[in-house]
Write a protein that binds this ligand. Structure first.
Ligand code: GLC
Length: 729
């Protein structure tokens, strides 16, 4: 439907009807007593009848039957026949749940995320959803923040590639197509940098860090065509994103050319009062509208005060019409005026939700996301007829889907996965599942070690499934302490004291503080929360049917005292070196390096980086010779990092600028080529990407800390001959 129809509709609408179109509430707020998963404070919003049938969109209402009947009933009393938009959080799957985004980031395979998003789109569209609040493109560096689980980690290139891939997966070529939904990229911007890792705290970032590290992933999602952007809760420099016109207008619209719809986060307009930039609902509405917010989620100040603001000249009818048109045009793009039910179909739900092909792909993703952090003394893999002991609170716990999966079918537990995989001699020592801290920080300390001592069967290996409760990750789940709770550290010590080969499988939505258990573990497999197929995928890995291949997209700190610790650190004038004296950048009580660095990940095989060399035949190309050295076949991800030695602005220690994944079998050797492109060598300065000629160090390796390096002078003339950019894996 052309914009003409939207313009005609606009002309038929009263001011109050236009204001209601900018409102997003839950069904109960407009009189439909449907239980939906509240994703924020319950303010008990209830609209008057005259407004209830004029709102523009509903939040977190899903189900073919529910959405069809609600839409039908709603349209019967909407004067212009403007359908509702149904929007929901679909972050890593809808009913078939994929690994949490932080785990998907460790695959270093954006194409997997794109296909996962496409599957999630088909399942959610079948349940009547039109817009998903995803991808989350917030760069993160602080694992105390519970929402790192929703992010793709600490690197701007990787975050951007994954965010863009998910937009393409959700939206396809045309959101009007069957099985496609509009993507709402969030949370714009800088929400991933809350001070102290404390949820909703301010993000205090320098302009250069903000523009070089935090903005690029959102921009990549916008360039991929995201139809909507959600402004973030956080303030930066004293201005909340919800009231930040420079961010929403100057950066998002003018500099990046975004023409879609901008929505607030949940009740964020009202919360401008608590930020201290508004004194009441009316001034909150004014600040948000003037900044460029177009849909108000879960508060009603636009509706309550919009007419006064127009009368007082604090807002304009042009601004109002522009916002309403933005919503109507999205509905038109989705084809809702022709078919307000779009893809909502119970038959499609039954056909698609948790169907075998979707589960099979979820299993493939879940196999590629775990990261083997340590593997010594032939701990892993376990042969399927080898007797071993399985214990720990997550051993037979199916609650391993991860955050934002409320209402979904439980995942496959590790125990069930091992049994179904034919592990014939499992001695399971059952333990009580971990309790969530959401019900209060002082949960009874469960002493797991005592249970273990009571009945250790005569086996050499013990697999301990440990970690954090999935409800203690995601929104509202910041932690000041990242150590394993409830006696899990003692459990690992007890297992080692029994003389066992200890294999820790860690279920968490963030990097936890594993230093206290590392020495007592022969192997550590970071399992994250892997979704529906968790246990099956982990069984594939533990039993050697596949080798782990994940690479960390977020560093693991040695202790919470090290945070923030990330690989692309700014430089210092007193770097620590072997010859350093007291006066160097360091701690007295802890190394500078993280426990496990960005890009780290072991496998059941090893390969050697034989050499790296320049090939300048045509354009500068870095060639890396690698060869499988030992062990089983596996997938290696070889990484390229670049660092500019000196520039008008100090450049980071190093930056990921490329990566290639290669399958390796015994005897294999490969020559990998890394073409050098302009966008690897520039950096943002005063709003533009600039190149300054000079020496650059190029590093190739298997993690950010395991590389070989070559230094090279790149002149302006040489730079001008380089390709602008290259296609990443
Ligand atoms: C929440 C989250 C946001 C989510 C929204 C709607 O508060 O911040 O990520 O999309 O509300 O559920």
């Amino acid at each position: 439907m052309a914009n003409l129809h939207c313009e005609q509709l606009l002309r038929q609408m009263t001011t109050r009807e236009k204001l209601a179109q900018l409102l997003q509430v839950t069904p109960i707020s407009i009189g439909y007593h449907l239980l939906t998963d509240l994703t924020g404070p319950d303010a008990g919003l209830r609209l008057q009848a005259q407004d209830a049938r004029r709102v523009g969109s509903l939040l977190n209402c899903a189900g073919a039957e529910v959405t069809r009947s609600l839409q039908k009933d709603f349209l019967a009393s909407n004067p212009q026949g403007i359908p509702l938009l149904f929007m929901a959080d679909v972050l890593h799957g809808f009913r078939t749940i994929f690994p949490v985004p932080l785990a998907m980031g460790c695959t270093f395979a954006p194409a997997l995320a794109e296909q996962a998003a496409s599957i999630a789109a088909s399942e959610s569209a079948a349940s009547g959803i039109h817009v998903v609040f995803a991808p989350m493109a917030d760069l993160v560096r602080d694992p105390r923040w519970g929402r790192v689980t929703e992010s793709f980690g600490e690197d701007p290139l990787l975050c951007g590639l994954f965010a863009a891939a998910m937009v393409l997966g959700y939206q396809g070529r045309d959101v009007c197509q069957e099985g496609r939904v509009a993507a709402c990229v969030k949370h714009f911007a800088g929400y991933g940098a809350p001070e102290g890792g404390r949820e909703y705290a301010a993000a205090e970032l320098s302009e250069s860090t903000f523009s070089e590290m935090y903005l690029p992933p959102y921009q990549a999602a916008i360039q991929a065509g995201a139809k909507m952007v959600m402004a973030s809760f956080n303030a930066m420099g004293g201005v909340p994103a919800t009231a930040n016109r420079r961010l929403l207008e100057d950066v998002l619209r003018k500099a990046w050319g975004f023409t879609g719809c901008i929505i607030s986060d949940y009740n964020a307009v009202d919360e401008l009062r608590f930020h201290g930039v508004a004194t009441d609902g009316q001034s909150a509405a004014a600040r948000a509208l003037q900044a460029g917010i177009q849909i108000e989620m879960m508060s009603t100040h636009f509706l309550d005060h919009g007419e006064s603001l127009l009368q007082q000249g604090e807002w304009t009818h042009e601004g109002l019409d522009e916002a309403v048109l933005s919503v109507l045009e999205l509905k038109a793009e989705l084809g809702l005026f022709e078919n307000p039910y779009k893809d909502a179909s119970t038959q499609q739900e039954q056909k698609l939700h948790l169907c075998e092909p979707h589960r099979a792909f979820a299993r493939e993703c879940a196999q590629k996301a775990p990261v083997l952090l340590k593997n010594e003394n032939a701990a892993l893999p376990i042969s399927s007829n080898e007797p071993f002991c399985l214990s720990g609170p997550f051993a037979d716990d199916p609650h391993v889907l991860g955050a934002w999966s409320a209402g979904c079918t439980d995942g496959v537990s590790l125990m069930r996965g091992l049994q179904d995989a034919g592990a014939s001699a499992i001695h399971h020592i059952p333990m009580q599942p971990l309790q969530s801290m959401q019900n209060g920080p002082f949960q009874p300390v469960l002493s797991y070690a005592a249970t273990l001592k009571a009945s250790p069967p005569d086996t050499q290996k013990i697999v301990l499934a440990i970690g954090e409760h999935q409800n203690d990750t995601g929104e509202g789940a910041s932690k000041a302490c990242l150590r394993l709770t409830s006696g899990q550290e003692e459990l690992v010590r007890a297992a080692k004291a029994l003389g066992k080969t200890v294999i820790a499988v860690v279920f968490s939505g963030r990097p936890l503080e594993l230093s206290p258990i590392l020495a007592n573990c022969d192997a550590v497999l970071q399992a994250w929360f892997l979704g529906t197929e968790s246990g099956n995928a982990l069984a594939d890995l533990l039993l050697g049917k596949a080798s782990p291949s994940g690479k960390l997209c977020m560093s693991f700190p040695r202790s919470v005292g090290q945070i923030p610790v990330y690989y692309n650190q700014p430089r210092t004038g007193r770097p620590l070196s072997a010859s350093s004296t007291r006066y160097a950048s360091r701690y007295l009580d802890c190394p500078n390096e993280p426990l496990f660095p960005f890009g780290h990940g072991l496998a059941y095989g090893r390969c050697a980086l034989k050499s790296i060399a320049w090939d300048d035949e045509e354009t500068p190309l870095l060639r890396a010779e690698i060869a499988h050295e030992s062990g089983l076949p596996y997938q290696e991800t070889v990484q390229l990092y670049v660092r500019q030695e000196a520039a008008s602005r100090s450049r980071p220690e190093k930056s990921l600028k490329g990566f290639l994944s290669v399958s390796l079998s015994p005897g294999d050797s490969h020559t990998l080529s890394f073409p050098i492109a302009q966008d690897m060598l520039t950096f943002p300065l005063d709003g533009a990407q600039v190149f300054e000629e000079g020496f650059f160090t190029f590093e190739v390796g298997f993690s950010s800390a395991r590389t070989q390096a070559l230094k090279r002078f790149i002149s302006k003339e040489e730079f001008s001959k380089l390709k602008r950019s290259i296609q990443h894996a």
